[in-house]
Design a protein around this ligand. Structure first.
Ligand SMILES: Cc1ncc(C[n+]2csc(CCOP(=O)(O)OP(=O)(O)O)c2C)c(N)n1
Ligand code: SF4
Ligand SMILES: [Mg+2]
Length: 292
């Protein structure tokens, strides 16, 4: 991966309310370094309705628009239109929505905006459950994971929704996956997205210590193992058809990723093997799409 310079400027300042080791706080810090101060960010309800602090105080050095849970794509379309009417085509409009706000409840607004190719960067901060309300399953929750609505005696029965495939089918100019263990890749993708007009989609995987039942110091390691085990491959899609895989790690057992997380501690060998097979199938599908 190409080395890039990390901007020194912090647009997420101290005093925020994220839990210790929150992967999303690192994701946000890096994202705002890349996007810079001339950004308006739209926040459908999520942990990020709380983290910046309560009015009139804020940890953000950018304007934030708190929006209804379902409305990320629609609100950002309106903010973009309002800026354009004022002749400001320079300020970046971004959405920061959780997996619940993207894969589930905000999907309709996102799909509508993507189909119109609205000019904004939509960032899905995926911690694989509804964390702000106490870890309920979403359609981004992985197969067999524990959540409060998929308890150990009845863990999640369905695989994670393939949001990248859904976004690719909208033929938007740019979609990419990224995670905090690979900050240069994350920053490069944000910078690339900034140079493109139209709907750009970034899928960020952000480990969540309380929701994943992990020690707070393991956030980065688990983010790295998600990529190394090919559970969360790093790739880009241009115009819905040109796939580029950014990292092709040597095969690494998913068991090593799963065993560090309390949300998977009830898994038997059989279930781990099912997950391993699913990951291998998905990786082959990705290689085919990338013609790699
Ligand atoms: C229409 C509506 N339903 C429910 C809620 C309550 N609510 C606020 S945040 C949240 C969870 C959001 O989950 P996600 O989008 O994954 O973001 P996270 O909290 O995990 O960062 C819920 C259910 C709400 N604000 N509005
Ligand atoms: S619950 Fe998870 S995502 Fe929310 S602030 Fe805490 S660590 Fe971050
Ligand atoms: Mg979530």
């Amino acid at each position: 991966m190409r080395k890039i310079e990390v901007p020194l400027r912090e647009n997420l300042s101290h005093g925020h309310l994220a839990c210790a080791g929150c992967g999303a706080a690192v994701s946000m810090r890096l994202t705002l370094k890349a996007l810079g101060e001339k950004t308006v960010m739209v926040f459908p309800a999520s942990c990020w309705s709380i983290i910046p602090g309560s009015w009139p105080y804020s940890s953000f050095r950018i304007p934030a628009v708190h929006a209804g849970f379902v409305t990320g794509g629609a609100t950002a379309s309106g903010v973009r239109a309002a800026l354009d009417i004022r002749g400001d085509h320079e300020t970046i409009v971004a959405v920061w929505a959780g997996d619940g706000g993207t894969f589930d409840i905000g999907l309709q607004a996102l799909s509508g905006a993507a189909e119109r190719n609205e000019d904004f960067i939509y960032i899905c901060n995926d911690n694989e459950a509804y964390m702000n309300t106490g870890t309920q399953r979403s359609s981004a929750t992985p197969l067999f994971a524990w959540t409060t609505t998929t308890p150990v005696m009845k863990p999640k029965e369905n695989p994670k929704k393939d949001i990248m495939a859904i976004m690719a089918d909208h033929q938007i100019p740019y979609a990419a996956t990224a995670t905090i263990a690979y900050p240069e890749d994350l920053l490069r993708k944000m910078e690339k997205a900034m140079k493109i007009r139209g709907t750009r989609f970034i899928h960020l995987l952000s480990p969540c210590p309380p929701g994943w039942r992990i020690p707070s110091e393991l956030t980065i390691k688990i983010s790295r193992l998600a990529v190394r085990s090919r559970i969360f491959p790093l790739y880009e899609i241009e115009n819905g058809e040109k796939y580029t895989i950014n990292l092709k790690p040597e095969p690494y057992p998913v068991r090593e990723y799963l065993k560090l997380q309390g949300r998977f501690s009830h898994l038997q060998d059989l279930e781990t093997e099912v997950i391993q097979k699913n990951v291998e199938r998905a990786w082959k599908r990705l290689l085919r799409k990338a013609k790699a």
